[in-house]
Design a protein around this ligand. Sequence first.
Ligand SMILES: *Cc1c(COP(=O)(O)O)cnc(C)c1O
Length: 390
Amino acid sequence: MRKKIETNAIRTQMERSQYLEHSTPLHLTSSFVFEDAEDMRASFAEEKERNIYSRFTNPNTSEFVQKVVHMEGAEDGVSFATGMGAIFGTFAVLLESGDHVVSARSIFGSTHTLFTKYLPKWNIQTSYFKVEELDSIEGMIQSNTKILYAETPTNPGIDILDLEMLGKLAKKHNLILIIDNCFATPYLQQPIKYGADLVIHSATKLIDGQGRVLGGITVGNSKLIHEIYLFARNSGSALSPFNAWILSKSMETLVVRVDRHCQTALTIANFLEGHSKINWVKYPFLKSHPQYKLAKKQMNQGGSVIAFEVKGGLETGQNFLNALEMLSLSSNLGDSRSIITHPASTTHSKLSEADRLEVGITDGMIRLSVGLEHSEDIKNDLKKALDTIK
Ligand SMILES: *Cc1c(COP(=O)(O)O)cnc(C)c1O
């Protein structure tokens, strides 16, 4: 019988060794031995599926991949050393010189750098649509367009893109739809249901959930995944067995962790929205979010990240951060510890003010990744810091 995704995240397990361990052991080995010369020949000829070398596959990476594959409703998957490794590896396989990509403008910074700085070196151009102008996508599609690319919710703007609409557009124009599902996790939203061909995660974020290891994964259509696997196997951005073991264990608690992240984030978003020193708050499951209905349709819950703006601009934003006592000033997200960042002075400081505004980053904008601490303690830290700013 088909099991629920919560159960698959826990019960998907590789075969046990002769020791019959209950919890999957860590397979720290670079290579695997063959029974005899024939076994070795057949393994290399891909006549049988087995582990050869840990740059190709390893029991720990395979277990992690299968857990995400089940949760996303995908056919297959490939793991990478980082989220960016997964994104670059996926582009490297699918794109050729002369190809064109249509992407949302509001995407992770390093992904944007790949589009603007590196892909053009191989004669691959990208057109960008604004997240509030999905109607403009069709006009950007050219005869050489191959990929439609987006994230939802977006970082750090917390905008929601209509997955069903993107899926239909991709199908109509025969494009490969790729969704970076990092902010939603495989638990809150499964883009494959809406027609995504490939889904990418930075496992560094909520999948690890405790700020320990880096990892990445691409899942989806098995034909595309096999091509991506061959590239990963030859290009060397392999997920380490240790990180895979950590991530595989993390998957077992993903659902309960994300439930709590979302519950606390909604409480904090409501608190911030009512505060006199805050201009606006953006959280997918707040009724005031411009795409609230869409968020409700395609996500189970609102996620762990809130964007908000303190009154007063850049300096006030920085004073606010300095007045916090518990919340960490760090650039990660999806950690058990709440993390706060000021995009205008940090992650997006290299952009001009006009470019920042285009993706919704105002000078007073703060991004809060709500952790697993008690909601009262998170609220009190924010409240005290807000009280100190003028
Ligand atoms: C962090 C992040 C990435 C990159 O992942 P790494 O594991 O840091 O390489 C990609 N996309 C999104 C949305 C992210 O938040």
